[in-house]
Write a protein that binds this ligand. Structure first.
Ligand code: FES
Ligand SMILES: [Fe+2]
Length: 424
């Protein structure tokens, strides 16, 4: 449980709020590169409460700019994207990807008014088919973090961006919740499980150790990138299943995976206080990914705005006959199941009313870290520097091993991720 004031502190992300300003010190995935074409339609993207527009100019350069024209506020999402700039359809003011005013035809030719006009534009970088943006102060701009999957060829990746209709924190908490898989994602015993341990259209393979039983034990350890969460689940008579989740500050995760499974990376980027861009990168370590199969297993059907067709307004098309037949939630698709439980809490859950148990430890630890860091940030202290950490070697591992062994013996933390004593 959190005090009401801490819940407000940790969930509000607008410009000028402590969390909002802290999050602005980190790179955010903005949209997929193929969502914007040279001279194509600009795309509205709301990020951290700011209404922005992304566009790709005639030369392929990407702009991430304020949606509102600085003249009188018309949306540049309905602007003309041509001639290496975005032109407002109201009076023809034109801007390049850096926000410089290229043309201001509504004023007399002799006027140098144009030179005083600037459209807010944020730095962007493209990597692995994703446009990343940085919304913070220029002097604090870090390099783009180098996540493990960024070193893989594009045909080994599947990237999805979805509009999730609740605050980022309850979405991220769900990702650190080992226990829910044994309930929410429990599916029919008789289903045809395609591709081994991964989820099917109905849920996750019932034989998966996370689904068969809740973990017998969980641990969380501080690391230099955030927190490593470990679950020890039932294996067979002599073995346990050891699985890890990495929480990378402030809003990235690697959910639990076994060796041999495709990997998964998530980012939970606040759209505003009440909605989230949920990013999912599925990656295959050594062979082309089964992109279609992975997409189907998640079960998301999206409209043009990347909102779900199965949503709160239709109770996620919950099927009570399916439920009676053994699908625990009655909802099809693992991602739909996750969305249903987080969105039905309401846009921002009141954490002063909850009753957390020992099984909620990873969530408690992640919240604690966010609160500690935002207070440090308010005191002018430094934040975790992802650029100093070899993230390119980090992903979630999992394996079966002897019941006699400790979790940190089975999956030890590499020295490169240990917290140095001075930072603890
Ligand atoms: S409002 Fe955009 S040019 Fe006038
Ligand atoms: Fe889940």
């Amino acid at each position: 449980m959190l005090k009401v004031e801490d819940n407000i502190l940790i969930t509000r992300i607008g410009k000028g709020t402590p969390m909002g300003d802290m999050f602005r010190r980190y790179w955010l995935p903005v949209l997929k590169s193929d969502e914007i074409l040279p001279d194509g339609k600009p795309v509205r993207v709301k990020l951290l409460g700011e209404n922005l527009v992304a566009f790709r100019d005639s030369e392929g350069k990407v702009g991430l700019v304020d949606e509102k024209c600085p003249h009188r506020g018309t949306s540049l999402a309905v602007g003309i994207n041509a001639g290496c700039g975005l032109t407002c359809i109201y009076h023809g003011w034109k801007f390049d990807v850096h926000g410089n005013c290229m043309e201001l035809p509504s004023e007399p030719k002799m006027s140098n008014f144009k030179n005083s006009i600037h459209l807010t534009a944020y730095p962007v970088q493209e990597q692995n088919g994703i446009v990343w943006g940085y919304l913070g102060p220029k002097e604090h701009q870090p390099p783009l973090p180098n996540f493990y999957w960024m070193g893989l060829p594009d045909n080994q990746l599947l990237v999805e961006r979805v509009w999730q209709e609740c605050n980022y924190l309850q979405v991220m908490e769900n990702d650190l919740d080992f226990v829910h898989a044994a309930f929410l994602h429990k599916a029919l015993d008789t289903q045809d499980v395609k591709g081994g341990l991964l989820s099917t259209d109905l849920g996750i393979d019932p034989a998966h150790p996370l689904v068969r039983n809740p973990p017998v034990k969980q641990s969380v350890e501080p690391t230099n990138y955030g927190r490593r969460c470990i679950a020890v689940g039932e294996g067979d008579e002599t073995s346990y299943a050891f699985m890890e989740i990495h929480y990378i500050f402030p809003f990235y995760t690697f959910p639990p995976r076994f060796g041999g499974e495709d990997g998964m990376w998530h980012a939970f980027i606040p759209r505003d206080d009440y909605s989230t861009w949920s990013w999912d990168v599925q990656f295959s370590h050594a062979k082309p990914i089964d992109a279609r199969g992975q997409h189907e297993r998640r079960g998301l059907i999206l409209d043009e705005q990347l909102k779900k067709l199965r949503n709160l307004s239709n109770d996620y098309e919950q099927d009570r006959e399916l439920m009676k037949a053994g699908n625990f939630s009655g909802i099809r698709g693992i991602a739909n199941q996750d969305h249903a439980v987080t969105e039905t809490m309401g846009p921002i859950v009141d954490r002063s009313l909850e009753h957390l148990g020992t099984s909620d430890m990873p969530i408690i630890q992640m919240r604690r870290m966010l609160l500690e860091q935002v207070r440090r940030f308010q005191d002018g202290k430094s934040l975790p520097r992802l650029q100093d950490i070899p993230l390119e070697t980090l992903y979630s591992n999992g394996k079966y091993d002897s019941r006699e062994k400790e979790w940190n013996e089975v999956i030890p933390l590499a020295d490169a991720f240990a917290v140095l004593a001075k930072n603890s």
